[in-house]
Design a protein around this ligand. Structure first.
Ligand code: ZN
Length: 243
């Protein structure tokens, strides 16, 4: 019974946090990157209020409609709520309600938002990335970071920097992608970070194979953050099993 209550709690936290990701995704990019169709109602032209971007709130209190013209609001980021719940669920199964789990959950949610933002708006807002980086530094405290030693984190960060320079020379990668790599490296420590990089690399290869088979238009660059986030998630939650 207690387990059931805890699982429902985890579900609710994942659900509510996931719901808050939509306004973060819409507002975090700088003004010139934001998308007009996400900010204004296409029917009456009014700018959506902050709470109208929270789809859960909107469905409960406004029937999912624009508050002034009553036309349905087109929420395009609903899948992030589901992914967020999955993140939190597995994080709970592996780490329970620990300080490390809280940092992992917040950073995974922010990375999820960053992944969507990079694909949708082609930018990586530092106002999301820098808090993630600061959170990662907290894991240097043994009571928070758990068994992963500080030198493992430092070596991982060094690997991240080297990897970033390789990326920067091979594809035009952004400085923010370097900071994202360092953040994940510090949270995971060396073994799991290398595992996360390996997984991300596999995902990129799979994506390129599927993408080229579809014969769609050629892409100018591969976005790093979505693949990195997927690698980070799976590594953080399965790394303890294999390593
Ligand atoms: Zn409207």
């Amino acid at each position: 019974m207690l387990n059931f209550i805890l699982l429902v709690t985890v579900f609710l936290i994942g659900f509510i946090t996931g719901g808050l990701l939509n306004p973060i995704i819409v507002f975090a990019p700088k003004k010139n990157y934001r998308n007009v169709s996400d900010l204004y109602c296409p029917y009456c032209g009014r700018k959506y209020k902050f709470y109208e971007h929270i789809s859960i709130f909107s469905y409960i209190f406004l029937n999912g409609c624009c508050a002034s013209c009553n036309q349905k609001i087109n929420y395009t980021n609903q899948y992030v709520i589901l992914i967020n719940i999955i993140f939190y669920f597995f994080s709970y199964l592996v780490y329970g309600f620990s300080p490390f789990a809280i940092i992992l959950d917040i950073s995974l949610s922010l990375f999820l938002a960053l992944a969507v933002i990079q694909v949708k708006y082609n930018c990586i807002p530092r106002k999301l990335l820098v808090p993630c980086f600061i959170l990662s530094l907290l894991t240097f405290v043994p009571q928070i970071g758990g068994e992963i030693m500080y030198y493992s984190k430092l070596i991982a960060a060094a690997v991240a920097i080297v990897f970033y320079f390789i990326l920067a020379f091979s594809i035009k990668s952004k400085k923010e992608e370097g900071l994202a790599l360092i953040t994940i490296a510090i949270i995971l420590g060396l073994q799991n970070f290398v595992y996360a990089l390996f997984l991300s690399f596999i995902f990129v290869i799979l994506f390129l194979i599927i993408y080229s088979k579809k014969g769609e238009r050629t892409f100018s660059r591969v976005y790093i953050i979505p693949f990195l986030t997927a690698g980070y998630f799976i590594s953080a939650l399965t790394g303890v099993l294999f390593l």
